[in-house]
Design a protein. Structure first.
Ligand code: ZN
Length: 387
């Protein structure tokens, strides 16, 4: 599992070398000294993440902090055990050798849960670089609405297995999640306006964040797989959802519903969808639809998969061109989302966009093949708290 540096753009360096402080614009946005402190800590951790070693002078240079400000931040991170000093680097000229700084990946741990399966809930404990340290699951009966008690129980069991202070809990869920951890709507769970972050946080005594599962799967591919800084990640399962990464960040949209492309009507003559519209994308390309079509006509497997992949490719061409994205990742049961399907997506895209302008667009499977939502949720907690 590779690990991508989280922050490749250090804080803007100031010509006078002074510590970045709350600007007038920051103050208007309610950014105070504590936010600046957090931002500076994040920028230092981001430079060292996951396994870079830098001297104090390197840190000051790359963050734009003055040497004394960088030293203050480094001292506080050393005190918190988040970074450590190890090894020396010989000076290039006269002077003393420099002590090197490193991240301590095991200084904090993260609990990540995935509540999107119908038969069970999954959870893991990871360190700061996504290494899985513990794993557990609890069965659920599939009844809807989903009861919160099994989620609490799984979280408490994983909390008991922590061997370092917890950074927090992250929950990957289907449906739409607002910026405060309220599941606004999750048809698959039978939930509407469930304040999962508050409910769970009260019960387990840890900060909780909640994210859409397709979004954090995209984040996992970015963080631990082969994802590019601009990427569209399509998850084909019971339904069809997507996550978009632009400039290394998940796009959530005005109503936190970016990527909910399954119920966009794309065929006026298509089948009636469960949502009431006709020809929604997921009535043409979801796994249950493909399985049904293949069962009814097994001799035309290639034609069925090519047709479905082609429709998806047609639909993706516009966001690809709109955002200039060249990395298209399609996740789903490899028995169905196979080479034939991916080739059809790729052909449909390549024959629609102008490669002279947009360059080569790659359509591929995710590099990670399991635990995507869990690892992505771990990365999401890390980004929200330390980075
Ligand atoms: Zn629909």
């Amino acid at each position: 599992m590779s690990t991508t540096p989280l922050r490749d753009t250090p804080l803007e360096a100031r010509a006078d070398g002074a510590q970045p402080c709350a600007t007038g614009h920051d103050r208007l946005r309610g950014v105070g000294p504590e936010d600046v402190r957090r931002r500076n800590r994040s920028s230092v951790i981001g430079l060292l993440y996951p396994d870079h070693s830098l001297s104090r002078a390197d840190v000051a240079k790359h963050t734009g902090l003055s040497k004394s400000s960088a030293s203050d931040v480094i001292t506080s991170l050393l005190d918190d055990g988040l970074i450590r000093e190890e090894g020396m680097r010989a000076p290039s000229g006269p002077g003393r050798p420099a002590i090197m700084l490193h991240l301590v990946p095991d200084a904090r741990q993260i609990i990540a849960l995935d509540i999107s399966h119908t038969s069970h809930l999954e959870g893991i404990v990871t360190n700061l670089t996504g290494r899985i340290l513990a794993r557990d699951e609890v069965p659920v009966d599939g009844g809807r609405p989903l009861d919160i008690e099994p989620i609490v129980s799984l979280c408490l069991r994983l909390r008991d297995r922590l061997t370092a202070p917890a950074l927090g809990v992250g929950v990957a869920t289907p449906g739409t999640v607002d910026g405060r951890g309220v599941v606004v709507k999750a048809a698959n769970l039978g939930w509407r306006d469930v304040d999962l972050a508050s409910l769970l946080s009260e019960r387990v005594g840890l900060p909780v964040r909640v994210d859409n599962n397709a979004n954090v799967s995209a984040l996992a591919e970015l963080q631990y797989g082969a994802g590019q800084r601009n990427m569209i990640f399509v998850q084909i399962a019971r339904g069809l959802g997507a996550g978009m990464i632009i400039d290394n960040r998940i796009v959530t949209g005005t109503y936190f519903s970016a990527g909910e492309i399954g119920h966009v009507a794309v065929d006026d003559t298509g089948p009636i969808c469960g949502c009431g519209k006709r020809g929604c994308l997921e009535t043409l390309t979801s796994l249950p639809v493909l399985r049904k079509q293949l069962a009814a006509d097994p001799s035309h497997r290639d034609r069925i998969l090519t047709q479905a992949g082609s429709i998806l490719g047609q639909m993706l061409s516009m966001p690809i061109a709109m955002a200039g994205v060249a990395d298209i990742v399609i996740s789903g049961d490899p028995e169905l989302i196979d080479d034939t399907f991916l080739a059809a997506v790729s052909y449909a895209v390549s024959t629609r966009i102008d490669a002279d302008f947009l360059g080569k667009v790659v359509v591929r499977r995710p590099q990670l093949d399991h635990d995507m939502a869990l690892l992505g949720e771990s990365a999401s907690v890390l980004r929200a708290t330390l980075l």
